[in-house]
Design a protein around this ligand. Sequence first.
Ligand SMILES: C[S@@+](CC[C@H](N)C(=O)[O-])C[C@H]1O[C@@H](n2cnc3c(N)ncnc32)[C@H](O)[C@@H]1O
Length: 370
Amino acid sequence: MKQSSALKIASSAEVIPLPVKSAPPGASPMAMRASQYPELRYMGSKKRLLPWIHQVLDTLDFESALDPFSGTGCVAYLMKTMGRRVIASDFLNFTSVVARATVENGTVRLDGKAIKRLIDPTPAAHDFIAKTFDGVFFTAADRQFLDRVSGNIQHLENPYEQALAYAALFRSCLKRQPRGVFTVSGDLSRYDDGRRDLRLSLEEHFLEQIEVFNASVFDNGRRNHAMRSDVFDLPKKSVDLVYLDPPYVPRSDDNCYIKRYHFLEGLSCYWQGLPIDEGTKVKKIAKRYTPFSYRRTAVEAFDSMFARFAKSTIVLSYSSNGFPDLDQLVSLMERHKQAVTVFEKPHRYHFGTHVGVERAIVTEYLIVGR
Ligand SMILES: C[S@@+](CC[C@H](N)C(=O)[O-])C[C@H]1O[C@@H](n2cnc3c(N)ncnc32)[C@H](O)[C@@H]1O
């Protein structure tokens, strides 16, 4: 491993160098599988960092792992490819559905019969999406398709088939939406740069994405599990390692997941129990409180989270542009763990594509407490 991306020692943190490997990071067949995990362009996704995360995790001794901020599910999936027993959880429903399809599910794929049922053209019994999001998101045909497929998914008996269908649908919606977020609405022609993703209908995307998610299914011989829970409400089960990737207090803008992905969260349950805020242009639902998003609560939240997982090896993902800063986090972790090591890597984040691209160059950290 190159020195530049290897190690940073913060204040009193212990130094444990990574072993030098002859093969490049991510070259093992298992890690190769993880690198093909479907990209969801999700805020804070660690998909592009998987080879580096794999290299760090590979130095640690663990059989079972919990990822309680699973987001896209890519890190939980990486640990699954490493043969570990994995629990993935997130407080959003749509992200936990994705983890159910890719992490918990080891054998079920959508076959021709299931696909036929999913795209059955019988008109939908409900038109909530067609009506509510008229002039907001997608074309009229796309919205009708979403109403129809939402009903058809319920006709699949197997929960993993349902989860796979939802995962394919979420990724289709993200691809069809110009910047991969649901913060912009109405006439989006200014974003149209001729990209294939913007030309395909939602139904065409859906059929492609079913193949993509089918290809992600594999059995690692362990009983893996996907859940939906706030990190502080998770049942206290003993696991060897906890990978923590909470949102961080941003220096600018905000980090609200509901603001960006409210449509997918609503779609995941057809907005049952999620009232629309009619005063918003993009028809949002209420945002979910998390203490990690605010300066006044973040430090205490990290402290209680470290206390909660003190018996496990803790691996915390963090960025140089977050609050609290690295030294404070290391000191906090040292209150609960005997030895703390910090690995660092420069990373460039991309949000959106081509037009209106936003970039952020940050240093990524993996803070390991044993
Ligand atoms: C930085 S993202 C995780 C990204 C993920 N590691 C990946 O690579 O895709 C943070 C995630 O934490 C979730 N989250 C925020 N606060 C939470 C809480 N209190 N409990 C559980 N999940 C929470 C968000 O829904 C979001 O998916």
